[in-house]
Design a protein. Structure first.
Length: 392
């Protein structure tokens, strides 16, 4: 008998909690040594969490965006860097299943993920384009030849690069036609193909352990089955579906805010300065900060999960424009309210929050990174504004 979805979802959440605690306990040591947490990925594969969105027919959990968003929020409480790599994996798998890839290629990728524990991400950003969500044309080129395509270029911010096997690479297909519009498509590149290399470039304030390195492609020969789908102007339903699968990414940043709040609450209960003779949790100004911290998180959490529930019940097909706007709102709140919550948590802890001995400094650095993932704040607010004005 197959396990009901509700029980699989509960199991995924429990797994997220187990992994969050484990990954969180390793983060400080890796940050100070400047090492990548490879062992987190052994644990990920041991538990099968990376199969959360692989359809059951391939041997995965087949879970919905609502279930995965909740689990990702919990995972983000541990090591947000690793949780982001995992978010990319579960999101890309869900998108691939819907994207209409050639069936044989999809089967091969799903089998690679299930049988070998391979991880996948989309590598679209380039120095010239900035965020691909703005519509820039990639300078990476896929030149047609008798065998298929030869692809050359450099992708930046390739989250999880040290452990990825599959890269979904956006590239433009040059044409000799004068005045023709550039054709942009996604291609499947595998790590072990000749001409593929990773340059360890990620040296950042935030998410130090997420391996946002450069993918370098030098005349990588791909056969025709590597052409996945056009990367231009999908139908609104597909675009909304894809946008909704950004929620498990946004959930990671919400998770950082939640982790900061939990830390600050415990700290406040335990900290008893001798000027007071009781815990600082008894102080009105600390209670005020804690209340505002919780309010920010409640607002983010309720919107995030409500929109994820809506997406999981088919809103992308019923009302794609509305879902896209609501996803932007959820992402905006998840990141910005988490930033506020971390700030308030640090104000509660006082100067101890600056110590490298507490995780608050890591939360403070990591939570900022959410602003760099699409949809960007200006886009979210403008889309919401159009919805409010009835012109979306
Ligand atoms: C933690 C993290 C993980 C990431 N993971 C991935 C990944 O897995 N795969 C991937 O492909 N990319 C990834 N990215 C890259 C991300 O999607 C962006 O490409 C990157 O953050 C650069 O975006 P930017 O807006 O700062 O770029 P820039 O283009 O340098 O923008 C600079 C500023 O100008 C504004 N701006 C730029 N263009 C416009 C415009 N047309 N209209 C209005 N405002 C504009 C921006 O909002 C920003 O404020 C990741 C980034 C981060 C931070």
């Amino acid at each position: 008998m197959t396990e009901p979805a509700i029980s699989r979802a509960a199991r995924l959440y429990d797994t997220a909690a187990e992994l969050a605690d484990l990954f969180g306990s390793r983060a400080a040591a890796h940050e100070s040594a400047g090492t990548f947490p490879y062992e987190n990925y052994d644990d990920l594969r041991r538990t099968g969490y990376h199969l959360a969105t692989v359809p059951e027919s391939y041997g995965g959990w087949g879970l919905s965006v609502a279930d995965v968003t909740r689990a990702q929020a919990r995972l983000g409480e541990g090591c947000a860097s690793t949780a982001l790599v995992v978010a990319m994996q579960v999101t890309q798998v869900a998108r691939a299943v819907r994207a209409g890839w050639p069936q044989a290629t999809l089967n091969r990728v799903m089998e690679g993920i299930v049988e070998h524990g391979y991880l996948i991400n989309s590598t679209a950003s380039e120095p010239a384009t900035g965020s691909p969500s703005r519509g820039g044309i990639p300078t990476t080129t896929a030149t047609p030849n008798p065998g298929g395509y030869s692809i050359t270029g450099r992708k930046t911010y390739s989250t999880g690069a040290p452990v990825l096997h599959y890269f979904v690479v956006s590239a433009n297909i040059p044409t000799n036609e004068v005045g023709a519009r550039p054709q942009v498509a996604n291609f499947l590149v595998e790590r072990d193909q000749p001409g593929v290399s990773i340059e360890r470039t990620w040296d950042a304030l935030s998410l130090k352990l997420c391996g946002n390195d450069d993918l370098v492609l030098e005349n990588v020969q791909l056969d025709k089955s590597a052409l996945l789908a056009s990367a231009q102007k999908p139908p609104p339903e597909s675009a909304a579906f894809s946008a909704a699968w950004g929620l498990p990414v946004a959930a990671v940043y919400f998770g950082i805010g939640r982790a900061a709040a939990k830390f600050a609450a415990k700290y406040a209960r335990e900290r008893k300065p001798n000027s007071l003779g009781k815990s600082i949790a008894e102080l009105p100004h600390i209670q005020d900060k804690a209340g505002r911290m919780e309010l920010a998180l409640l607002e983010a959490e309720n919107t995030l999960f409500a929109v994820a529930d809506l997406a999981a019940t088919g809103e992308a097909d019923r009302n794609p424009a509305r879902l896209t706007a609501l996803v932007g709102a959820a992402k905006f709140l998840a990141t910005n309210r988490a930033i506020e919550a971390v700030d308030l948590a640090m104000r509660i802890a006082g100067s101890a929050s600056l110590s490298m001995e507490t995780p608050l400094q890591r939360y403070y650095r990591d939570v900022r990174a959410g602003l760099g993932n699409p949809p960007m704040d200006d886009v979210s607010i403008a889309t919401l504004g159009k919805m409010a004005l009835g012109i979306l």
